[in-house]
Design a protein around this ligand. Structure first.
Ligand SMILES: Cc1ncc(COP(=O)(O)O)c(C=O)c1O
Length: 468
């Protein structure tokens, strides 16, 4: 028997709040989430954003302390970004960058290249950060094959660092729990220590020497693997997972030196750190180093449309400029015209409102206010830069003893995540390393929002302390 059109039709879309809640619980698969959590609870439904705030379907307001997911730099509800998307969709909704260009991508590539340091002049657009990382590793391999070093293929990255979920990017990621169910992964992804100075295994009283040690561990890994096999090092300017590990003084300069010595490419993974998060459009400018590639995404459009990019130096592009060599890589939606138009409008907005300058001006105030949380027994460390901070929670402040798995589960999932949200603050309680609360508010925030964030955290973390 053949099916009628009616048989094949999808169920009518849910319309009422109740139906939407049911659809979210039964048809939607939320990312990085336990579905069991939503057996007895609705999935929080966010319906609207305005400035630094988002609103749920019950009318509750939340301060967006994480800029969605480190993306909404310019804040919610910016009409000029929505308008840029609408105008572009009317003019040219879609055309691929496969052997063609469109004006928004060309303009955006030129503007990004103008902001990068050194000779990083060539922009390869993707739809997000993981694809940018994937692109950088593939390009590193391809580059070395074209210059007669075909053995160079390995990637080095840091413990607990997150670089995305596609198989290549996941292999570069240094979070064992995020990887084990997907083994075997892409071989040849080597891990080195990160720059968690709070838990420095050596030189715990001298940040610069600690940084030198951590950078030298990259050299040790290159030598152990054989420099002729190592293609690329992936590092974030400030590492996110684990709770905002800034680079110790001199760290990046030493890493650059090591990469030059062994002809290893250096990727600055700025998927979170670019676009003002650390007070510069590209964070490598803050720490004064020139990578060979930058990967970026998220804040490029302030989250109003998806886009990412891998930006490469002239040296890497050189073998592709003549003859028949071509980078056999791409994505249908990479550099989508609507996303590129929004990114251009977002860069205009950054200029007009000097969002990077605003972060530089306010970061000390934000930090000073967050540091008051160190009075609480549960707060072991406050670290980060710009509008990007991690607050590490400890069981015993004097010994820095952390929580065991059960305790972390009860503290983070059983108490903090829900309590912070109920108190009107959306942020992230995370235990991919030691337990931390992570903050990355929109760059439009200032003192009133800092006070609100610290007020909620003080209250909720005090109550968490009392339960210890
Ligand atoms: C440093 C870094 N690299 C890569 C990614 C992956 O980006 P996406 O989720 O857009 O694929 C992320 C995501 O948070 C990230 O923080």
């Amino acid at each position: 028997m053949t099916a009628s059109v009616d048989d094949l039709a999808a169920p009518a879309p849910a319309v009422s709040d109740g139906e939407l809640a049911t659809a979210a619980r039964t048809n939607l698969w939320p990312h990085f989430s336990r579905l069991s959590t939503y057996r007895d609870h609705d999935v929080p439904m966010i319906v609207k954003g305005e400035g630094a705030y988002v609103f749920d379907d019950k009318g509750n307001r939340y301060l967006d302390g994480l800029s969605g997911l480190f993306t909404v730099q310019a804040g919610h509800g910016r009409k000029e970004l929505a308008q840029a998307a609408a105008t572009q969709a009317e003019t040219l909704a879609f055309f691929p960058l496969w052997s063609y260009a469109h004006p928004q991508a060309a303009r955006l590539a030129e503007r990004l290249a103008a902001e990068t340091p050194g000779d990083l002049n060539r922009v390869f657009f993707t739809t997000g950060g993981g694809e940018a990382v994937e692109t950088a590793w593939k390009l590193a391999r391809h580059y070395f094959k074209t210059v007669g070093k075909p053995m160079k293929h390995k990637a080095i990255s840091r413990a607990i660092a997150y670089h995305g979920t596609t198989m290549g990017a996941l292999s570069i990621t240094g979070i064992p729990e995020a990887k084990q169910m997907y083994e075997p992964l892409v071989p040849s992804a080597i891990k080195v220590p990160n720059t968690n100075f709070y838990r420095a295994p050596y030189f715990a009283d001298d940040e610069e020497r600690f940084g030198r040690w951590a950078a030298d561990e990259i050299e040790a890994a290159i030598l152990a693997e054989g420099p002729e096999t190592v293609a690329v090092v992936f590092l974030e300017p400030v590492q996110n997972a684990g709770g905002c590990f800034p680079p110790p003084p001199g760290y990046w300069q030493r890493v650059r030196e090591i990469c030059d010595t062994y002809d290893v490419l250096l990727v600055s993974d700025e998927v979170i750190c670019a676009f003002g998060r650390l007070g510069e459009l590209f964070a490598c400018n803050r720490y004064d180093y020139v990578p060979d590639m930058i990967t970026c995404a998220k804040g490029m459009t302030s989250g109003y449309a998806p886009i990412g990019a891998m930006i490469a130096s002239d040296r890497i592009v050189e073998p592709f400029l003549t003859g028949t060599e071509s980078f056999a890589h791409g994505f249908t939606f990479g550099g989508h015209p609507v996303s590129a138009a929004v990114a251009n409008a977002n860069l205009d907005l950054f200029q007009r409102e000097d969002l990077c300058g605003r972060v530089r001006e306010n970061e000390k105030l934000f930090r000073t206010k967050l540091d008051t949380l160190l009075d609480l027994p549960i707060v072991g460390d406050v670290r980060g830069a710009g509008y990007f901070y991690g607050i590490e929670l400890v069981k015993d402040k004097a010994t820095k003893e952390t929580f065991d798995d059960d305790e972390a589960e009860r503290l983070l999932r059983g108490f903090l995540s829900g309590e912070l949200f109920r108190s009107g603050l959306y942020c992230r309680a995370d235990d991919r390393g030691d337990p931390v609360v992570q903050l990355a508010p929109p760059l439009i925030c200032g003192e009133p929002e800092f006070d609100e964030i610290v007020g909620v955290l003080h209250d909720v973390l005090s109550r968490a302390s009392a339960q210890l």
